[in-house]
Structure formats: structure tokens, C-alpha cells
Design a protein around this ligand. Sequence first.
Ligand SMILES: Cc1cc2nc3c(=O)[nH]c(=O)nc-3n(C[C@H](O)[C@H](O)[C@H](O)COP(=O)(O)O)c2cc1C
Ligand code: SF4
Length: 392
Amino acid sequence: MKKEVLLSANQPELGSALRKAASMTSADVAFEVRNAKLQGRGGAGFPAGVKWVLAGGASGAQKYVVCNADEGEPGTFKDRILIEKYADRLLEGMAIAGYAIGADTGLIYLRAEYPYLVPVIEEAASRLRQAGLLGRGIMGGKFSFDVEIRKGAGAYVCGEETALLESMEGRRGEPRNKPPYPVNSGFRGCPTIINNVETFIAVPHIILNGADWFLALGEGGDSGTKLFSISGDVERPGVYELAMGSKIGDLLDLAGAVDVQAVQVGGASGKTIPGSDRDRVLSFRDLPPGGSVIVFDGSRDMLGVLENFMEFFVHESCGQCTPCREGNSRLLDAVHAIRAGSLSGREALAPYLDLAETMKQGSKCGFGQTSSNCFVDIVNRFVLKADGQGGN
Ligand SMILES: Cc1cc2nc3c(=O)[nH]c(=O)nc-3n(C[C@H](O)[C@H](O)[C@H](O)COP(=O)(O)O)c2cc1C
Ligand code: SF4
């Protein structure tokens, strides 16, 4: 169901949420976000408040708040729209996070292809500084917090939180081993929280209206609202805000999708479902909603779609670990063989479906753990189904 909060024309007065947060203890601010069950809006869905509580309790004189504005997932453009419209809310959300965990520095890792957003963020930051909402001694108190922008490196893997930290520290953007987790050892080895743009922008609303209000916005036990960038074969592409837990059919109707053959939810590494599955739920319970929804109508060649995504993964893998580096290439070879007619049928494809599972289990980071999803879904639901051998 459509429900506008983050995109609503009625935005609360700038600074009112930060003022309210500053009247609470730091721990209570983190607990409020935790109680709101705000799941990270960048794709993985980790509870933001849990991260904040852990970072707040971590030892270290210097802590950091990092905003992941890399937005490299194919088909995602919600963070760009949010920054264009609400850069000031993002900064307010980051300042509240800084207060909650005891950090005085915020860093925004901005997608390389969004240089025009630098002045937008800088202008918003200077407005907040003039209003006493950023800088030293915020609102005349002891809390200080300011932000810097770090330009992204132009690689998809740099959106992975530890590769992002490597990139910000001036090294190749390659994911780190975990543990240690960033809440204990993040930017320059200091306790760090990393959250998505949309996650931070939800925070001022939660602080002002309370955790229960946020919980009640969701459907079917989910919490809050979620932004979706919908593109592909739809009459009205764009960014829509729905209750978390809404049905995919509601979003398809809003965007004017007809003759839907397939929908990919959560980006190239998300889930690809048949258009008839209109009752599937946009939720971490069912279709993890990163932000990208791409619609393919009946005219699309789904094997071609898969080839395109596998080429993307082969190109973008950082190459550190074998399951991802070699596995994505093998799956692309399989797509070429299917296309050439030399690979067909469930039995012949079974080793490749096994390989996809090995990649999920054996890869070092979320990239290789999810890049085979579209192979599995498209082969099972579209390629084998066309042969009358489809599965789940
Ligand atoms: C390959 C890869 C790319 C990612 N790209 C992004 C991205 O562009 N933006 C983002 O917010 N999270 C991205 N993530 C997820 C981050 O690792 C991390 O979970 C997120 O920034 C945490 O913020 P959140 O909990 O608020 O979502 C990516 C993960 C992987 C594995
Ligand atoms: S899974 Fe892929 S992207 Fe992640 S570390 Fe391994 S090779 Fe690099």
C-alpha cells in the first residue's frame, strides 16, 4: 500500500528531531531506533538500532558515522532522489547517529557518477551549520558533529561496507574479512556504523514520532515504509514509497506495468520472479527489498537478461576469492552454451545449479554470496520452465 512518509510533502521542521534526540540520553536514542525495528535500507536488512547500540558500547575515543551513498546496484536510483530532495534530513539523521554512538565525524561515501550532488550536500551542510545543527557545540551544547564527502571509486563492490572502508582509506576497494565487524573496528580501525541514505533519512521521523508509530506503518509484522526505484517495462517509472510488507502487485499497478513476464526485486543479485506472483511480499521475510525493481514484459528474452547480469558480475568481481571469481565466469559460460544450444535440460544444468550453491556458501562477501541468485531463478523459472522442466 502506498504510504508517503520520507517522500511526504509535510516534512517536520528541520532540527526538531535532533533537538529531541539531544534531550534524551545517547543510549535511549539508539534504543528507540532499535525498538522501531528499522532494518537497513541498503539491501541486507540488518537492524540499524542493533548496530548503533553495539557501536555506542564499543570502546574507542574516536568513532565514525558513515553514510553509504554508493548506490551501485543496477536499477537503483532512490538514494539519488532522496539526496536531491532531502540532503538536510540525511545530515540530521547522521548527526542523530553521531549523538547516539558518540561520534563527532560523519563521512558520506558518494557514488562516483553523482558529482552534481556534491554541491547539493555542501549547501545543505552549510545551512545546518548556520542553524547551529552541525559543527562545534551543536545547539549550544557539548555535542559536536560535522560531515565530509568522500567520492566513490566507481566500482559496484565498493558499496559493500568493508570494501567501502578500504576505498575511503585510500586502498583498492576489496572486502575485508569479518569479524572484526565495523562496529568494533571500522574506518581507520575505529568503531564505525555504516548505513544507507534511506536508513538515516528515516531516523528523524522515528525520533520525533516514536518507535511504535514506525512499527505501525508496516504491514504483516514489518516496520516502516520502503522506497522502490522501479524501471523497465512500466508506464510510470520512478521512485515510490510503500508500507514495508506490501505486495509486489501493488507496486506494479502504481507504476503501470502490464503483460509482466518477470520482475527482479532487489537488484541483479536479488530475486527474479514470474509476473504472475503478484502476492509475493516486499519484505525481508520474502523478497528482500534493496531498492531496485526491474520489470520485464512478455517481449523480453530472459536468457539475454541473464547474460547481461552475469557479464556485469564477471566484470565487477574483485577477484579475491575463487568461488566468486571463477564461479561467475563459469555461469556466464553456461549461459553462452544454453544460447548456442549445447547445454539444455535439468540434468545437464544440475552441476551449474550446484556451483551456484557453492558460490553462495563459499564466497567471502555478499557479492559472491548473492550473484548466482539470478542464474538460479532465471534458469529454473524461465529457461527450464520453457522446456517443461521448471522448478523453484
Ligand atoms: C556488492 C555489494 C554492494 C553493495 N552496495 C551497496 C550500496 O550501493 N548502498 C548501500 O547502502 N549498501 C550497499 N551494500 C550493502 C552494504 O554492505 C551494507 O550492508 C549497508 O551499507 C549497510 O547499511 P544499511 O544497514 O543501512 O542498509 C552492498 C553490499 C554488497 C555485497
Ligand atoms: S565474493 Fe567476490 S567481490 Fe566478494 S571478496 Fe570474493 S571475489 Fe571479491
